[in-house]
Design a protein around this ligand. Sequence first.
Ligand SMILES: Cc1ncc(COP(=O)(O)O)c(C=O)c1O
Length: 410
Amino acid sequence: MDMSSLPKRVRKDFPILQREVHGKPLVYLDNAASAQKPLAVIEGQREYLSNYHANIHRGAHHLAQLATEAYEGGRRKIAEHIGAPHTEGIIFTSGSTDAINLVAQAWGRTNLQSGDTVLVTQMEHHANIVPWQMVCAERGAQVVPAAVLEDGTLDLDDFKRLLELHQPKMAAFVHASNTLGTINPVADLCTLAKAAGATTLVDGSQALPHLAIDVQAIGCDFYVATGHKAYGPTGIGFLYGKQAQLEAMPPWRGGGEMIKSVSFDGTTFNGLPHKFEAGTPHISGGIALGIAIDWINGIGTPAIAAHEQALVQHAHAALGTLKGLRIIGTAPHKVGVVSLVVDGLHPYDLGTLLDGQGIAVRTGHHCTEPLMQHLGLESGTLRISFAAYTTREEIDRTVIALDRAMQMLS
Ligand SMILES: Cc1ncc(COP(=O)(O)O)c(C=O)c1O
């Protein structure tokens, strides 16, 4: 497919892209925070809520069966999409944060002992740092970060050095950085970590919307992602886990759905995936995440990835013409995320002026404060991030607006 034709083909699917903001056509470049929703996702949720809403799994009636089938269909689509060998290895969660907390609590409390190490990287989102810090504090273990190089790539030598030094029980790292765009060589990292005896978790929050994912080829024990960055609803995401790992883990949250039988003499737990899904879940979310995955597959991840690669190159070249502007994160392999800083100007002031032009960007530390500290960027960055519907013209408009904003503020 002609890459530039992709937005032409898909923009009509997104009702919100028709709107104006502050009297200007919306340019939505905050996709790494949350992507917009295609009509199929919006309609899929409406259809469920209007026509077949019921609680799932335990109802004998027709609507409960329809709802259960649609929700479990969402799970099957996720499993197929990421190459999971078993549908039962997909646990629905409220997002990546929830999925990592699940592993940190259920796996961590069982497997981490005093003196143990969890290896992460300096480019992790807080969601892949804080849950580990919490369980490590409880267990007397420590969280150690592998360094990030100047261009935003992971320092592989440091990663290897820390593996050797600490023999970590867990190595948890991001597939694609939400701040730098860097795509990490996750299969290689898993091979290295495994050879050192570590269990592995990959945070795929920024990979699911942009890249083809094959958890078996990656070789990780756990993989997490969140729906709302991948054209799905908020409040839904998933944990993939190898069956043996999930089987060996105790449940985390207790309640309905996750039990086989309950009595005051003792309770027995349900099998996978229900053991980790206590209570009534986000039913419309699970259904709609399946629809979002169908939407992604209707286009194909190779076409999306190629389109976004071209946009990143275009953005780097166009932004490179602005004096005093520095791109943060120039790794050779990036998803559609471009962070930048301008000498002497606060990212928030620039972002506010862009908003006045209808251009939605994100400013700040992007929930990666340790990375910002490491890079000496205490005010954070201004980040533009792309989706399948992003056009070159939108990037050009943003570069012109940035240029103007820089002149106004200097
Ligand atoms: C790399 C990464 N990990 C984890 C998260 C957390 O996702 P959620 O807030 O949907 O749980 C995000 C969201 O910004 C992210 O970009």
